[in-house]
Design a protein. Sequence first.
Length: 490
Amino acid sequence: MAKVKGPTPQSQDFSQWYLDTIQLAELADYAPVRGTIVVRPYGYALWEHIQRVLDGMFKATGHQNAYFPLFIPMSFLQKEAEHVEGFSPELAVVTHAGGEELEEPLAVRPTSETIIGYMWSRWIRSWRDLPQLLNQWNNVVRWELRTRPFLRTSEFLWQEGHTAHATREEAEEETARMLGVYLKFAREYAALPVIPGKKTEREKFAGAVYTTTLEGMMKDGRALQSATSHFLGQNFARAFEITFQDKDLKEKHVWTTSWGLSWRIIGGIIMTHGDDRGLVLPPRLAPVQVVIVPIYKAESKERVLAAAKKLEAELTAAGLRVHTDDRDQYTPGYKFHDWELRGVPYRVELGPRDVEANAAVIKSRIGEKETAALPELKDLLPARLEALHGELFERALRFRRERTRVVDDYEAFKEAVAEGFALAYHCGDAACEKAIQEETKATARVIPLEFPAHGVLQDDEVLREAGEGVCVRCGRPAAYGRRVVFARAY
RNA sequence: CGGGGCGUAGCGCAGUCCGGCAGCGCGCCUGCUUUGGGGGCAGGAUGUCGCAGGUUCAAAUCCUGCCGCCCCGACCA
């Protein structure tokens, strides 16, 4: 047996495990500019599946894709007070182009509210021009001081949805609707049991009236913000004079929303499902759902490979994404490890004995080996992949429950956030929130919330309960009418 | 930006203290043999020792300056 090559064990150094896994599974690599990464073909294929699914959901809810420029006049970003304050420190700015200094510096977009607001101010005249329901898939740049692949990079890929509405109610509906879309995606495709809700004032998006969010728990107990949907009120409408004449003949400001999901979700998938062998990819998003590993000697090579190719064709016809690993230079054992590292949900082992018996050995990424008849695989594997999705979701939900504690005193709070989520009452004062961060490294992640009309529901009763209490840190009366999720976050 | 660490083959590192042939493991290439959980044997290729300058007969090693990366903090999707 050769020396074992795999990621650093999670228990030894979770952070190193994450970095190792990304490199070894060839999802991404570091690029020459600090904080930037190259997404390699396998990682990009995963992103493409995420895009495909979400894009379909956006279209189904009436949105259209568009594209706005990378460069934004600096003056645009300065028009909304909170927005400029929030994003200025991390802007990349172009000052020279074409060999000359520019008259006005250009910001490389950190997000596109401003330039879209500007264009809307020119496009929107009447209530008949509303709603505007736009989305764009693009890259944005935020010059972070500390970076990690997928979770925080100087440049990242995401989608940003932007909508404008005639009424507050409609815009708030939209905010909740899109949070629901993200929640559906997280649960039904990424198998991530995330907690939907609202951000506190301190944690909301710079320029929003309020921010809704999905918070997931990683395997080290830390929280990851997985998607956000913001109600922007009329903040940007006023800053960019986006007005329309309503049915009542009055000129009014529009109400806007924005919502986004970035490739950070890939980090969430890695850190929610992965294990010491490497990635564990949710079946509905996995670039390769089934890998066939043929096992042969010289004399059996031909018939085994023929059987493998035939099986691949059958499974592909059944709608599965299948790959046959016919690399001659590696042993079966090597291939098993390799595809486990890459997180492929199901493996089919096909050797001379199996071909003889018209059978194969199958194994889920997280389960045991079993034998199945070859003709049955085209029905069995799709069912097994669906079951695996459920197992992954349940396993992650169980983990989150085990690491979530309801706490009412500060000492218990500190213990809880050292290993997971703390559900605690809080006074709502930003200064108190800041003090908690300084004293425990934990921040308010989400105020759990439900929008039943949009499928935004909690998995756990404890997250659903309303209640009154006193702040876990300062003892003043609690705000929000319910417990807040606190955790150390990425 | 503050504190610490590190730059030597594609990757991980030894060699630096005490100047004297540029090394090891993995990977890679060729051939043979193997293949049901990371095979074996034989042969082979690969270096701006981070960069620049200085000391010296001689510098990866000593001196000076610069650059880059990583980790820990403060800031963040």
